[in-house]
Design a protein around this ligand. Structure first.
Ligand code: GDP
Ligand code: IMO
Ligand code: MG
Length: 425
């Protein structure tokens, strides 16, 4: 029997998961998204074309790969329909090609979930999470509060009544906010999109994925967001509302822990974060601005400027431990091409102590990063296509990271295109 490999982000999201899942997808029979929703924006580039996927797994462009939206994902039917419409315009129709299925047990994001998200963020003012306003938090709250609607419910004769009952609850909550809204248009679009998603095959993801494994087929679980946004282990409360870690792949697809195989942990050669919350290595200065401009660090989903900073090794070590990472993937090395010196945070100074782990409270007492200077490679690596062509100082940087993190770096990405990817080990 085969096992499920997992690929997930080790930082605060946007590490380049979409690109690498696309690169790896020819090796897999099934790509399965296991958590999050359209708060994700996964970018893929190939043949001069660029696609951003929010809900659809990043294996969709591979001819032979099946794609599953797992039970742990929250689905906005309007956004999923729009994604599929856009793909169709670009000549890709995964539904017609029989390459996309969705889990019956995945929960639905209602228009009122988005309103609740917005109302809540507005009320929090400067303390807001900086959510993507896609309704993620309220939808997972209804899931764990046992109120939610699931994909499978859309085919029940009383779906409309169930919908109305939940919306009434939401309206009651919204009446406590000073928040104006008009649901009419969104509601019409929602029901149109619900009808549309009925045309995508619904499956029980637990049986579907385990069936693949039984037949000896290969499966890759695609994470969304990043470990430091995990609802349990991230920088709470500045997190998303799902488990973004390997454990989330088990609950988000219906696989047992002993069915997990390789765990690919993906990280940028530096670090970014979008939205509010602590970020110890943030560079709120010209250097950060350079990283943002060179790395085009603007959100794929919301267009917001991403906060930028140096790589954070205590945070990465924590993420590797939580996920059981077996192989690392380093992205966006090319963004550091022009720097004379780059820096890596090896420890924090926190409450007068030098520590090499993420302490509980990093909000009221900010950890001060202790940085190690590393000589830059000052070479354009975007056209490097063979391991032998990697500049020595970039190889040194990778060797340093491998030593610190105690996990091999298997892939190196030197540009956004599919082909700008090197296998190292
Ligand atoms: P994801 O959410 O983890 O899939 O990542 P995003 O798509 O949100 O953000 C990654 C961004 O970096 C996208 O714009 C990618 O096209 C781009 N990208 C990915 N890998 C590289 C790389 O190695 N170098 C550069 N310069 N850009 C990259
Ligand atoms: P991908 O999959 C980066 C952040 C938001 C906010 C916090 C909570 O593209 O890496 P939410 O809408 O989930 O309630 O927002 O999480 N966030 C992301 N940041 N990449 C993402 O996804 C993100 N999804 C959510 O900015 O700080
Ligand atoms: Mg993204």
């Amino acid at each position: 029997m085969t096992q499920v490999d997992v690929l997930l982000g080790l930082q605060w999201g946007d590490e380049g998961k979409g690109k690498i899942v696309d690169v790896l997808s020819p090796q897999y029979d099934l790509i399965a998204r296991f958590q999050g929703g359209p708060n994700a924006g996964h970018t893929l580039e190939f043949d001069g074309k660029k696609f951003v996927l929010n809900t659809i797994p990043s294996g969709i462009f591979n001819e032979k790969t099946m794609n599953l939206i797992g039970n742990g994902v929250v689905i906005d039917p309007i956004i999923l329909k729009r994604e599929l419409d856009n793909l169709k315009k670009a000549g890709h129709d995964p539904v017609a090609a029989g390459k996309l299925v969705i889990a019956r047990k995945a929960h639905l994001i209602l228009p009122t979930h988005q309103l609740l998200d917005a109302a809540n963020e507005q009320k929090m003012g400067k303390d807001k999470i900086g959510s993507t306003l896609k309704g993620i938090g309220p939808t997972y709250m209804d899931k764990t509060g046992r109120n939610g609607l699931r994909v499978g419910d859309t085919t029940l004769p009383d779906f409309r009544e169930r919908y109305n009952r939940l919306v009434e609850k939401h309206k009651e909550i919204l009446s406590h906010y000073e928040f104006e809204y008009d649901l009419t248009e969104k509601e019409a679009a929602f029901f149109e999109a619900v009808d549309f998603i009925k045309s995508i095959p619904h499956v029980d993801s637990e049986h579907f994925v385990n069936g693949y494994l039984k037949q000896g087929k290969t499966v890759l679980a695609e994470g969304a967001q990043g470990t430091l946004l995990d609802v349990d282990f991230g920088s709470y409360p500045f997190v998303t509302s799902s488990n973004t870690t390997t454990a989330g792949a088990c609950t988000g697809l219906g696989i047992a822990p002993n069915k997990v195989g390789s765990v690919y942990g993906i990280f940028k050669a530096y670090c970014t974060r979008v939205g509010g919350g602590p970020f110890p290595t943030e560079l709120d200065n010209e250097v950060g601005e350079t990283l943002r401009q060179v790395g085009h660090e603007f959100g794929a989903t919301t267009g917001r400027a991403r906060r930028c900073g140096w790589i954070d090794l205590p945070a990465l070590k924590y993420a590797i431990m939580l996920n059981g990472v077996t192989e690392l993937i380093m992205m966006k090395a090319d963004v550091l091409d022009g720097f004379d010196t780059i820096y890596a945070c090896t420890h924090y100074e926190h409450n007068g102590e030098t520590i090499d782990y993420m302490p509980y409270d990093i909000i009221s007492v900010k950890p001060k990063p202790i940085l190690k200077a590393i000589e830059g490679w000052k070479t354009d690596v975007t056209k490097v296509s063979k391991v032998e062509e990697i500049p020595a100082r970039l190889s040194d940087y990778i060797a340093f990271l491998e030593k610190e993190l105690e996990v091999p770096v298997k892939y190196l990405s030197v540009g956004p295109d599919r082909v700008q990817t090197l296998i190292l080990n």
